[in-house]
Design a protein around this ligand. Structure first.
Ligand code: 5GP
Length: 120
């Protein structure tokens, strides 16, 4: 199964305000901030406020309201950054095979240039 949630992970510390971030959006359900090591002209991370290790954990454990609120925030952030058109990419890594580094569920929003075809 999934590892337990580690409340000392770096995104938990960002949520508690213990570590700064370049915030782009915050609401009841989600926080969005610029990735510290951007891989595209726009590279933003969106995280839910609850303690979820990965997407599997989030979709199984969060309330319907949390899930809807989170995904609405992802869409709102992409739109506010001007990425809805011409488009962008959403990525979420889950577990060892994905290379997930931070064990708090997050969605990468990547855009600002043509990203190429990439499914792995
Ligand atoms: P993962 O591989 O877990 O999907 O991606 C984690 C992402 O978090 C990486 O793109 C990495 O650059 C970013 N990251 C790691 N530590 C920090 C941090 O302290 N602040 C910010 N803003 N991003 C971070």
């Amino acid at each position: 199964g999934l590892p337990p949630y580690d409340p000392q992970n770096i995104f938990a510390r960002i949520l508690r305000g213990e570590i700064p971030c370049k915030k782009v959006h915050e609401d009841e359900f989600a926080l969005a901030f610029h990735d510290i090591n951007p891989l595209a002209p726009t590279h933003v991370l969106v995280i839910p406020k609850g303690p979820y290790v990965s997407a599997a954990d989030f979709h199984a454990g969060a309330t319907t309201e949390e899930i809807a609120g989170f995904w609405r925030a992802v869409g709102a952030v992409a739109k506010s950054l001007g990425l809805e058109q011409p488009g962008h990419r959403l990525i979420t890594n889950m577990g060892p095979h994905s290379g997930q580094e931070v064990p708090h569920f997050h969605v990468h929003i990547l855009g600002g240039r043509p990203l190429g075809r990439m499914l792995t």
